[in-house]
Design a protein. Structure first.
Ligand SMILES: [Zn+2]
Length: 436
């Protein structure tokens, strides 16, 4: 087994891959016995860069405690086999949205199972202050749901399952969105026992940026389709969306918590040194490498425990991720990306939608839409989405001569939303706020 694992890791390093996750039987839909990731160790020069950067940030007072909350635009490329929407590999919108929700919980310490963190590490588990939103603008500036469904047959791509080499050489370059504006996530059936892998962030001062670092044609995260999200088509063991949480951790510069070596170093002083990876759902404490009495931090997202048994990032891990977001190519520009703002829709000045008002704004729940010169006789469609792109309201009503429509949104929580108004003459998107 060890030989096989070493061979797998060696092959992965040769093909320049990163973080190939979870070895399992080749049958695509089979359940891996436990989580295994073939991530090669981050090179020492990356660690030197990271260490220097953290020290420089501390010296200048610019640390992870600067209290910047990041919001990273995401595009999810769903690679399918010509399946109907929601069937087989063509995951439903709900499944994709559930993954975004998981990320927004795990990276904000809003996950319900954060309460399970042992008392001794309650002070170490942190809110990483990173949010994720599905893109509303595609690279051409057109409106998008942030879910890019690709029928591989129309691209003449080979039949799944896909090898990591094939994904990196063919699927990624032919589907990737601008890495300076989007976190690219591909969801597809992977072969060779891989259930996910990521690219590491490139650091501009480093030489030899090849292999495991992301490039303009490879940067991002790949997740096995039935380990993505927490509703829908899911493997029973990896059904909490933690594969993406783990892989995005690598994508933001994190190592495995055991340092990919016996009693290795993950360059985080607040995560105990531990022997190796933990599988399944261990009991607390698991003492190894003389790390008693508390033992391994097996509930960390960067260990190999099952989805329901990992539920924290540490403060030092946050510092590394914030350092990456503050200083590395591709990642820095993501924080400033406007890809989660809907495109400005040009409305013909003669269109009935040119004279449109929504009020009150902010509203407590009832929103009036007034189309001052209503001419369309067909239906008027109202669609409301929240800031991560999830549809929260959809209504279609017959046009009326007054152009006066009332939307009852009292069941929505406080926050910012976008309403899309669509008539026979066109459509328009307006931002509004619910405040009570
Ligand atoms: Zn990993």
């Amino acid at each position: 087994m060890k030989k096989i694992l070493l061979l797998v890791m060696g092959v992965m390093m040769l093909v320049g891959s990163v973080s190939a996750q979870r070895k399992m039987a080749p049958k695509v839909s089979s359940v891996p016995a436990h989580r295994i990731c073939g991530t090669p160790t981050l090179p020492d020069d990356f660690e030197k860069w990271m260490d220097d950067q953290i020290k420089a940030d501390r010296a200048s007072g610019n640390t992870g405690k600067a209290h910047v909350v990041y919001t990273l635009p995401v595009v999810v490329h769903v690679i399918h086999n010509g399946n109907a929407l929601g069937a087989s590999y063509n995951l439903s919108d709900a499944q994709v949205l559930s993954q975004i929700a998981v990320l927004n919980e795990d990276y904000r310490k809003l996950n319900a199972d954060a309460s399970l963190v042992p008392t001794v590490w309650q002070g170490v588990a942190v809110d990483c202050e990173i949010n994720f939103c599905l893109a509303k603008k595609d690279p051409s500036g057109a409106a998008t749901t942030g879910i890019d469904r690709i029928n591989r047959v129309t691209k003449s791509w080979t039949a799944p399952p896909f090898s990591q080499t094939y994904v990196d050489a063919t699927i990624k370059p032919n589907s990737i969105w601008n890495v300076n504006k989007y976190l690219n996530i591909w969801v597809c059936p992977l072969s060779g026992g891989l259930l996910g892998y990521a690219t590491f962030p490139p650091a501009s001062t480093l030489s030899g940026l090849t292999g495991s670092y992301g490039t303009t044609t490879t940067d991002g995260v790949v997740i096995q389709y039935n380990a993505f999200g927490r509703v829908g088509t899911l493997d029973a063991t990896y059904n909490k969306g933690r594969s993406a949480t783990h892989e995005i951790g690598h994508w933001l510069g994190l190592r495995h918590i055991w340092g990919d070596a016996n009693c290795g170093n993950d360059y985080c002083t607040d995560t105990p040194t531990q022997q190796t990876s933990n599988f399944g759902c261990p009991n607390f404490p698991q003492v190894t490498c003389s790390n008693g009495p508390n033992g391994d931090m097996w509930m960390n997202y960067m260990d190999y425990t099952d989805d329901p048994c990992m539920y924290m990032f540490s403060a030092n891990q946050k510092t590394r991720m914030v350092t990456v977001l503050t200083h590395t190519p591709f990642r820095v520009s993501l924080a400033a990306s406007d890809a989660c703002n809907p495109p400005v829709v040009a409305v013909n000045e003669n269109s009935e939608l040119a004279k449109l008002a929504i009020y009150p704004n902010p509203t407590r729940g009832e929103l009036t839409v007034l189309i001052a010169e209503q001419r369309s006789k067909g239906n008027v469609n109202f669609r409301v989405v929240n800031t991560i792109g999830a549809e929260v309201f959809n209504s279609s009503v017959p046009a009326n001569a007054s152009g006066n429509y009332k939307l009852n949104l009292t069941n929505l929580s406080q926050g910012f939303y976008f309403v899309e108004i669509r008539t026979a003459e066109g459509r328009r998107i307006e931002k509004f706020q619910i405040a009570r």
